[in-house]
Design a protein around this ligand. Structure first.
Ligand code: VG1
Ligand code: CO
Length: 539
């Protein structure tokens, strides 16, 4: 039976870089989740004939939230939901299911790389018919709706059993429960040469994949262990747990330190990769070697011709402004356009849909292609394995050759976390006001050539986005400042440093950017304003 329930609006339901992300306990407040979902439905308007995909990364509150979402969709007149078995779908698998079935979009319940559990975070990624997360123009409308919502619709019924693959109904709405892994595996088989990868593992090549107790475990076991024949035990932390077993499912040098330590030990495998909570991020490691995400993107772009799906050519590449310029150097030499967009995958969607780009990525351990409209962790690892299989070279050799060919961008990101929101906002505001006066200033060997906010004019829909402040130096080095849009409390200031070098290719990254870090701290008065003498996290 459809019920209309009274509710009171919350005022903090504005989506950030990756959907709505909050403390789990905030999300669990009475009607909080319901208000947000109803606001999305209200913004869409007519629901008749609409089909959506629903899944999540299995974190705490997922099961309850999915049932609420199903019942609300039925009450709002949705025609059909396609739901991952047991409520599981990685973000990339979800985007694929949306596109394959020509749906109106979908919902992935995940706070991505943020920790999970009752005291962790919960999130909702909402995608439209593009298979990618909605643009700001749409999320703004949803936000306006959340501030004035007074009722929502829900179907009163028992919970739907999501454990079996089958089709069922709730009221007039059809519910198709699908295998969460199958379609995704088929897509990967259509992109890469699986026979070549099987041969690689047959030849004794070893790998470790760390699923961080999050959603990609079942995908990775199926692909790497069962299909490609990498040995049993290749996939570690393979069982998705509601609190990720206490791991912070962010595959970087800090939160995947156990994997990094393993790869720098004598037991190291030839290759290692890790994914984040919802499977869209990736980390790449070789024996005693770490590949920065910016370098990884450049290397993928330089080797597209080795992959069956791209061998006939790619349209172009794109990166977020904060990502190093390495990929653009590759593009330039290969006569490909290189687009630079604000941080957040949604900005790549128009470029893919208009066939301007095929490959893209961000410094935050994300890379992907137009096979879907999200970044894709396992795809990136299969791409790397394909390069290794085709060239017979190690991760380190492949990376060093890329530096020799195109130069090396020493690159590091420094995060100042848990800042008072007002302090952080004022820091950015004052810094922006100061930028024009920086041009021509010299800091030791560094001379400012230009300092301005990053402004993006979307070539497809004409929308204008301002995100981050950029200081360029005459030696091609660069500092980018921006505030995170994925946190669930307080503010995080991210400082991104890049220093391209064409001769000194074997230096220590931290040493190479330490002058730049000092300049970045000085220019933005970080210590004076935040009290912090150093960053909380460097990646
Ligand atoms: C961060 C990253 C950004 C990424 C976003 C979502 O955003 O910097 O590059 O697109 O997370 O990633 P922010 O605003 O905190 O810097 V995911 O894996 O959470 O979907
Ligand atoms: Co993610």
């Amino acid at each position: 039976m459809i019920q209309t329930k009274k509710t009171t609006a919350y005022t903090d339901q504005k989506m950030g870089t990756g959907g709505l992300r909050k403390k789990t306990k905030v999300m669990m407040q009475p009607n909080y989740f319901e208000n947000f979902i109803q606001s999305i439905f209200n913004t869409i308007g007519d629901m008749s004939g609409k089909v959506f995909v629903v899944g999540g990364d299995g974190r705490y509150f997922n099961k309850i939230a999915i049932q609420k979402l199903i019942k609300m969709a039925a009450a709002n007149g949705v025609k059909k939901l396609i739901v991952g078995q047991n409520g599981f779908l990685s973000t990339p698998a979800g985007s694929h299911v949306m596109l394959k079935n020509h749906t109106n979009g979908g919902f992935i319940l995940s706070a991505s790389h943020n920790p999970g559990g009752e005291n962790g975070d919960f999130g909702i990624k909402y995608a439209n018919e593009t298979g990618g997360q909605v643009p700001t123009s749409v999320s703004d409308k949803i936000y306006e709706n959340t501030k004035k919502i007074s009722e929502y619709k829900i179907f009163e019924s028992e919970d739907i059993d999501l454990s079996k693959i089958r089709t069922t109904k709730l009221g007039d709405m059809e519910i198709e429960i699908i295998d969460s892994v199958k379609d995704y595996v088929e897509m990967m088989e259509s992109i890469f040469d699986f026979e070549a990868l099987k041969k690689l593992f047959k030849s004794g090549f070893t790998m470790r994949f760390d699923a961080m107790n999050a959603v990609t475990g079942p995908y990775a076991i199926r692909i790497f262990e069962e299909i490609l024949g990498a040995g049993k035990g290749t996939v570690t932390h393979a069982v998705p747990l509601p609190d990720f077993g206490g791991l912070h499912p962010d595959p970087n040098l800090i939160y995947a330190k156990h994997l990094v330590d393993f790869m720098y030990s004598d037991e190291a495998t030839d290759f290692a990769g890790a994914n984040d909570g919802d499977g869209d991020r990736n980390m790449i490691l070789g024996r005693k070697f770490f590949v920065t995400p910016s370098d990884s993107l450049a290397i993928l772009a330089d080797n597209y011709h080795l992959i069956p799906a791209y061998k006939n050519g790619i349209y172009g590449v794109a990166k977020s402004a904060a990502t190093s310029t390495a990929v653009c150097r590759v593009a330039e030499k290969n006569n490909l356009p290189c687009y630079v967009v604000p941080t957040g995958w949604k900005y790549f969607v128009n470029l893919m849909d208009s066939k301007r780009i095929t490959l893209c990525g961000e410094e935050s351990f994300g890379s992907g292609s137009s096979h879907i409209r999200e970044k894709d962790g396992i795809w990136a690892i299969l791409f790397w394995l394909s390069i290794i299989a085709a060239t017979g070279k190690s991760v380190e050799e492949i990376t060093r050759e890329n530096w020799k060919k195109y130069g090396r961008s020493y690159y590091m990101r420094f995060d100042f976390e848990g800042l008072d929101t007002e302090v952080a906002d004022k820091l950015m505001k004052d810094l922006e006001a100061k930028l024009p006066s920086l041009t021509g200033k010299e800091y030791g060997a560094y001379k400012v050539s230009q300092a301005a906010p990053f402004v993006y004019n979307d070539p497809v829909d004409g929308s204008v986005t301002k995100n981050g402040l950029v200081v360029d130096f005459s030696n091609q080095s660069k500092i980018t400042y921006r505030l995170s849009g994925t946190g669930s409390s307080g503010a995080t200031l991210r400082v991104y440093l890049e220093r391209p070098e064409y001769k000194n290719l074997d230096k220590d990254t931290y040493e190479m950017v330490s002058d730049l870090l000092k300049i970045a701290m000085d220019i933005a008065e970080i210590q004076k304003r935040t009290g912090k003498t150093k960053a909380d996290v460097n990646t």
